[in-house]
Write a protein that binds this ligand. Structure first.
Ligand SMILES: Nc1ncnc2c1ncn2[C@@H]1O[C@H](COP(=O)(O)OP(=O)(O)OP(=O)(O)O)[C@@H](O)[C@H]1O
Ligand SMILES: [Mg+2]
Length: 545
């Protein structure tokens, strides 16, 4: 094919795809425009997860009637004029792309009224403003997202999933501006109503009061940078990174530098695979950060990333220094695993079980056993952990985890969204071994839990499972998370190092290892046993046979 120009409508659809990925992106762009316009009150109404209709209405300063057609055209903005402006941008928008992008992929209508003026309306398709009646501020209505792009539309998920994305976006925006009131309706039902309030109250409302009661405050002012926010103590860790919110100069971002800083700060107070909850606000001179790294502005580039990482990590370490470290299994050197290869068996020992019989316990850590090939060394904690894990997993797979009724039901504080999930997913939760009832806006009552779980661990598990449910679309993901949870439980139930075992107990453990699948590695991937053959020993002692 020869080169030809794409029709302009197709070109703008392609470009729009970079900014507008799903209903949540529309909400993000519209609300950011409202915030840039100085709105104090923003009302979001969506239908069918936002695919059918999204309406965002604000009480901001509005758009001059003569500028309305410009507002919908590409590269038209009131926010910057020069390259210098771009370098020091303070507003959320600056590319002049959001509204035209939405126009390219939906049916859009915008009404705006400035103080003292009249309200005017403009349709995305024909672009000629006409007078209407409307209070001061701006209202944008977006219908039938991607109606003209069937491939994109097919990529949209179920209504519920799209709404979850959209709601998560609203939560991030609400966390970024606690001084602005937000209202969110879905299918005519009120989902959130946040009045303008203090930052602390807003965070507690969104992340749950239970977290905020334990959270550690972070506040540090450097020469050029400042960091404020709240982080969870290590005991309040989560199985997901779902409760980590970063804001850079008021904008919600996803950023590796900041994640690294967090991981570093928590490195020896948290188990691997566990994540803290946190909300952090970083302020730095706009020249130090490039917000224009990506059309969605979710990624940023720091001019001095190392400096930012160090500053954030140090701030968190300082805040955490008051807490005592959690006790994980101490890191051990993994011995080299040997294949029991060309070894010889003595005829008299042919009937011996693969791992042989226990001889002794070494320093309360290793079991020494004799088998046909020679010497067997077993890390007893790691091996036991694996056995318990596999046993629990098997029980779960057989659907045998009926909740065991607790002697005293436990009330657990969760976030509002999680409590709602409990109502909707009660039967699924029962299959996971949890009998939960919502008894308040942010409280659920646990009546039953898996029998193998100690009661003190119940609130923790409930929070983890709810977080998983909210974030997982597929049950396989829940299963994965469930396995991870089982693994950490197994670790806690396994025999501790230094516990004295009798020969009988050691032999029982060896037999169980033989009967358990995948028992050659523990849950952290370390080997649980190794073989030192007679040949190895002969070689060592230079003993010819
Ligand atoms: N809710 C609103 N209130 C007042 N003015 C608005 C509102 N929404 C849009 N505008 C005006 O329309 C212009 C275009 O909006 P648009 O979102 O397309 O671009 P932008 O915000 O300047 O940049 P970006 O593409 O980065 O969002 C804005 O610069 C602003 O002047
Ligand atoms: Mg914008």
């Amino acid at each position: 094919m020869r080169i030809h120009r794409l029709p302009s409508s197709l070109a703008s659809q392609i470009a729009a795809g970079e900014v507008i990925e799903r209903p949540a992106s529309v909400v993000k762009e519209l609300v950011e425009n409202s915030l840039d316009a100085g709105a104090r009150h923003i009302e979001i109404r969506v239908e069918k997860g936002g695919v059918k209709r999204i309406q965002v209405r604000d009480d901001g300063h509005g758009i001059h009637p003569e500028d309305l057609p410009l507002a919908l055209s590409r590269y038209a903005t009131s926010k910057i004029s020069t390259l210098e402006d771009l370098a020091s941008v303070r507003s959320l928008g600056f590319r002049g792309e959001a509204l035209p992008s939405i126009v390219a992929v939906s049916d859009l209508r915008l009404i705006s009224r400035q103080d003292g003026g009249h309200a005017w309306c403009i349709d995305g398709q024909d672009g000629k403003p006409y007078p209407v009646s409307h209070p001061p501020g701006t209202c944008v209505e977006v219908r039938d997202l991607f109606y003209n792009m069937p491939p994109r539309r097919r990529f949209l998920r179920r209504e519920r999933t799209e709404f979850l994305h959209l709601e998560a976006t609203v939560r991030r925006l609400a966390l970024s501006r606690h001084d602005v009131a937000f209202v969110l309706h879905h299918n005519g039902r009120l989902v959130h109503r946040f009045p303008a309030e203090s930052r602390e109250k807003r965070i507690a409302r969104l992340l749950g009061h239970a977290l905020m009661e334990q959270a550690i405050r972070v506040e540090r002012q450097g020469e050029t940078m400042g960091l404020a926010g709240w982080i969870s103590p290590p005991v309040y860790s989560r199985s997901q990174r779902d409760m980590q919110y970063f804001f850079v100069n008021g904008r919600a971002v996803r950023d590796k530098t900041l994640h690294h800083a967090v991981r570093h700060a928590y490195r020896d107070v948290l188990f691997r695979g566990r994540h803290p909850a946190l909300v952090l606000y970083l302020e730095l001179p706009p020249q130090e950060v490039d917000m224009n790294a990506h059309p969605s502005k979710l990624e940023v580039r720091f001019r001095k990333a190392d400096e930012v990482r160090r500053f954030v990590a140090e701030s968190l370490e300082e805040a955490l220094s008051g807490t005592s470290p959690g006790k994980g299994p101490p890191p051990r050197l993994a011995p080299e695993v040997r294949e029991p290869g060309d070894t010889y068996a003595l005829a008299s020992q042919a009937a011996m079980p693969p791992l042989g019989y226990a001889l002794a316990q070494l320093h309360g850590i290793y079991i020494l056993a004799e088998n046909a090939e020679g010497l067997v060394l077993v890390d007893m904690h790691a091996a036991h952990e694996r056995i318990i894990y596999e046993r629990m997993k098997a029980a779960w797979e057989r659907g045998e985890v009926a909740p065991k009724t607790l002697a005293v039901p436990v009330a657990v504080d969760v976030s509002e969204g999680e409590a709602q999930r409990v109502e909707e997913e009660a039967s699924r939760l029962r299959r996971l071994g949890l009998d939960l009832t919502r008894i308040g806006p942010e409280t659920v009552l646990v009546r039953g839990a898996p029998a193998w779980l100690e009661e003190e661990a119940v609130p923790h598990l409930v929070r983890d499972v709810l977080a998983d449910l909210i974030h997982a679309d597929h049950s396989s993901r829940i299963e994965e998370q469930w396995h991870a949870l089982l693994a950490s439980r197994a670790c806690r139930h396994a025999v501790r190092a230094r516990r004295h075992l009798s020969l009988g107990e050691m032999n029982a453990l060896l037999r169980e290892m033989e009967a358990t699948e995948r028992s050659s590695q523990c849950n952290h991937g370390r080997p649980t046993w190794t073989q030192v053959s007679l040949q190895d020993l002969d070689r060592f002692f230079r003993r010819g046979r």
